[in-house]
Design a binder for this molecule. Sequence first.
Ligand SMILES: *Cc1c(COP(=O)(O)O)cnc(C)c1O
Length: 439
Amino acid sequence: MNTDELRALDHAHLWHPFTQQQGWEGDEPPLVIERGDGARLYDTDGNAYLDGVSSLWCTVHGHRQPEIDAAVLEQLGRVAHTTMLGLSHPTAIELAGKLAQITPAGLTRVFYSDSGSTAVEIALKMAFQFQAQNGHPERTKFVKMREAYHGDTIGSVSVGGMDLFHATYRPLLFETLEAEPGDIADLERVVAAAQGEVAAVILEPLVQGAAGMLLQPDGYLKAVRELCDRHGVLLIADEVATGFGRTGRMFACEHEGVSPDLMCLAKGLTGGYLPLAATMATEEIYSGFLGDHTDYRTFFHGHTYTGNPLACAAALANLAIFEREGTITRVQQLAERLTALLDDKVRPLPHVGELRQRGLMCGIEIEGFDPARRTGHLVTLAARLRGAIIRPLGDVVVLMPPLGITDGELDELVAITAMAISDASAEGASDSLRARLLN
Ligand SMILES: *Cc1c(COP(=O)(O)O)cnc(C)c1O
């Protein structure tokens, strides 16, 4: 099929995530991506684009990594899928051992699922059931952060705090307590007021991604850990976005020497290859589910494709590259380079407000426009015309390049982003950009 035929079929049958389909069909022709290589993606007409947001925060070392390709193929030569219900398989076992080794101390148990949302659902249910069957049935409440994002299933939306995404579903959600992120006194007030009824606090450590890359002050995460310990409350760290090197450490929790009781991993786990998630738990939590069959202390939860062998093989190869290439050290260099590039090229631009960066996660606030103008979206259209794919969060332009990006590609990405911000800020940008895309 050629590009036009593919687009017509897309319009006829697809319903895209987080997309107003009315605009999708009318405004500008969608890009159809056919292949990738390193930090670049190629559309069906052969045009190249830098992958500025790691294919929605997933791609780690880059696309078509020979080692990950080979690992998936090798596993494919054995078996594509077998169940984890009642059976086990080598790649899931080896990956569990590896994850227990590299995640913060104390997280020794791995429960697999398929997405960040399910990893969060599982953590919530584990925390709730752990409290219920280990002497604290009164601990039934969860404390979440304002502006939090933990996924799109009903449980994960319940602990989300983004009204734009979540308000419609309010009648379906369970009740939660809400604290101001970054404000330890507020969290103390919320937990104390709940008088021993809190099961767990859930947060995105260091960076609230989907909220627009909002940063928490240094020391906050550590203070949250101490507060949870004082109040007998579990701490759930959602590292779905921050995990696997994005912040300049393997996991964001490492920056403050924090070990959560439960940790959610997904996006970068397989290097951005296949859907796989893991909920990590401490031995204490795990032990709280042990008992005779007739005690009914089992964790009654599991998804059909849990621990898929192909995905686990990709994850093992992904982690092997981290070790072999010293990826974390490289990310720290890239993060410094990104800071300098942003200071040089982006900060001086009119309409650029706050710049927020932690490692290779970055949000650029575009100011001074009516939200209805959709300036953030216009920046992505302009970037596309200049050879980069980015995706904004409202009027926050997000950059989250693959960790394997080269210095030259990073320079190019920031230069394109700066020019795209200027293009999108110009009067009549909406019409002129669309006209160019329709040509
Ligand atoms: C993306 C994200 C999720 C949801 O992950 P899915 O795989 O899209 O379900 C959960 N938590 C955080 C912090 C995320 O960024």
